[in-house]
Design a protein around this ligand. Structure first.
Ligand code: ZN
Ligand code: ZN
Ligand code: ZN
Length: 389
């Protein structure tokens, strides 16, 4: 199986688009630090160090895009896909002031002294110490957030990004299928979580990111940390796991009922009812996905179904979040977000119902908004799965 990749030429296109959007917003430059925006624009994935790494994207026509890195990071920086033509790598020495260095790079690109730079946007995750340093070296500049310019572009996944998200989703499907189909009774949540981490990597992820295993009453806590609790027959388990594959995230939740008892300890009647409500709510929310629908309207569909069944107060989180280079990114499916969904948005649809102290359930799939409606990336069945444990 060959993994999909982002062709090198794509980075030049992304940079050109970002530049045009930044120019349109009246900015002199985008200043992008280590993180998802840098991975998106340059394919450069780096450690977030205390030494400054910054992609300087000036908007002046014809000006070069410069990846400013500490001297000791020059080798990996020059190996990033965008360095093959789209960006120039410039290194600052250990004894230099990197903020003044960036000021000089920007001055050279714009043909104006650093103090005459009017407006820049910084990536949302840029460290406060870097932002304050840049504010000193660009004393006349107004600072804003680069997400204002980049979010629309990052939301719209291209075919290669969707292929990577799909591959990540399928890999996560296999992990859930394997773990839920294996032995569970008598093991601790933490032990099952360790298996999840191993299998996420074995199935193709570069790394595991999260491994929620909530059994019995712990299933009612949405972000439960896998604990030393021993799994028993006659209770549900919420399994919510994900990792990164080729830079793109997976995120799936399935809730299973562990039987395996003698006599059989099948699903509690209230759990069966709750799960059926949840199953229908999740399916209805997925089915509502189409270009132009407000993000909050998808949340409302899931919430209406759950509320009509009397479980409204037990659905205690938003319905979903965007996913891509980050596990949580735009768009958020939450009341108050009236932004319309658009073709090639990728996001989770993950309603849940939680009865504190008793049990809970969540069903989560990754969905891409297609021209004609939802495209589900996860394929694992969603009906109540009673496992032997
Ligand atoms: Zn979550
Ligand atoms: Zn999840
Ligand atoms: Zn999620």
């Amino acid at each position: 199986m060959t993994r999909p990749t982002i062709p090198h030429g794509r980075y030049a296109q992304r940079l050109a688009q970002a530049r045009a959007a930044a120019a349109g917003a009246g900015l002199d430059a985008l200043l992008v630090g280590v993180g998802a925006d840098l991975a998106y624009l340059a394919g450069y994935v780096a450690q977030p160090l205390e030494r400054l790494t910054l992609l300087v994207v000036p908007t002046a026509p014809g000006s070069p895009v410069t990846l400013v890195v500490p001297r000791l990071e020059a080798t990996p920086a020059r190996a990033c896909p965008a360095a093959a033509g789209a960006v120039t790598v410039a290194t600052w020495e250990e004894t230099e002031d990197p903020m003044a260095f960036v000021g000089a790079v920007l001055a050279a690109a714009s043909g104006r002294p650093a103090r005459a730079i009017d407006a820049v946007a910084v990536s949302d995750g840029l460290r406060a110490s870097f932002v304050l340093g840049l504010q000193r070296s660009l004393p006349g500049a107004r600072f804003s957030l680069a997400s204002v310019v980049l979010r629309r572009q990052r939301r719209r996944k291209d075919d290669d990004e969707v292929a990577l998200l799909r591959e990540a989703a399928r890999a996560a499907d296999r992990v859930v299928a394997h773990v839920a189909g294996g032995r569970l009774i008598g093991r601790t949540e933490a032990d099952v979580a360790a298996e999840v981490r191993e299998r996420l990597v074995a199935e193709g992820h570069d790394q595991a990111e999260f491994w929620i295993v909530g059994s019995g009453p712990n299933s009612a806590s949405p972000h439960h940390d896998a604990s030393d609790r021993v799994i028993r027959a006659g209770e549900p388990i919420v399994i919510d796991i994900g990792g990164m594959l080729g830079g793109y995230g997976s995120d799936i939740t399935r809730t299973v009922w562990v039987d395996g008892g003698e006599p059989a300890l099948g699903p509690h009647p209230e759990f069966v009812r709750l799960y059926a409500v949840l199953r229908d709510a999740q399916a209805a929310a997925v089915a509502a996905v189409r270009p132009g629908i407000a993000a909050e309207a998808v949340d409302a569909v899931a919430r209406a179904a759950i509320t009509a069944a009397g479980y409204g107060p037990s659905f205690i989180h938003r319905t979903g979040h965007g996913i891509g280079l980050e596990t949580h990114e735009d768009p958020y499916l939450v009341a108050g977000n009236a932004e319309p969904l658009a073709v090639a948005d990728a996001f989770s649809v993950e309603p849940g119902i939680y009865l504190e102290g008793r049990f809970g359930a969540r069903i989560e799939d990754i969905v891409v908004c297609g021209e004609d409606g939802p495209i589900l990336l996860n394929e694992l069945p969603r009906d109540l799965w009673v496992v032997r444990g």
